[in-house]
Design a protein around this ligand. Sequence first.
Ligand SMILES: [Ca+2]
Ligand SMILES: [Ca+2]
Length: 226
Amino acid sequence: MSSGSERPELPAPQAPAGNLPAQLIRRYLRLFAFYDRDGDGRHTLRGDFDPVAAQLAKRWQGRCTPSPNLLQLLLDTYRHENSRRDSDQDGQVSQEEFVASHARVLAAFQADPDGARRFIVRSAGGFFDVLDLDGDGMLCLDDLAAFAAAYGHPSDGIAANLDAMLAALGLPAGLLPREAFLTLVEQYWFDPSPEAPGSHLFDGVGLSEPSPNQHLHQHQHGDDPD
Ligand SMILES: [Ca+2]
Ligand SMILES: [Ca+2]
């Protein structure tokens, strides 16, 4: 197989997803499916992110939270993110809008990798803190299972998948350190190589191979006659 920067063999540059590597489109669709908690094929606050925010905040009951009003911070963050992706501002994010927003983030990363890394440290790093219940700078299986469960996904496969990614990074099994988490997130979003350990970040939670809807499907298989 080719290594490094795989290119999609698609014409059709009119689509937002048209010049994204096919490998990354698949990953963004997998992420879309992961976030689609109620499985209705779109991202909404009511059906997906508000209940997730409530469940993640609830884990912290009786503990000292990483921010004064954690639930409100999560609700605001999800609202901001979903609105940013919602190009036509109809209150829901479609597969196309989701992939297109990641295409813009990828373009920003390619133009300014260091700036994009600082963004990852802020956004993904902030999220890491929300999951790291004991605040020791490592995510344990419980933290990752709680994240998957908040989105309604099974967690049986998480341990094996985590240990495989840790081994690929040369790290001991069982605990995901913050730096490794940020590396995996960066790889998942931006490194199209199927050999990148981060390409497996959302494996092990029972998601089937993403099924693009008609519009994206045409662009993933651009050699279709029509
Ligand atoms: Ca949904
Ligand atoms: Ca921890």
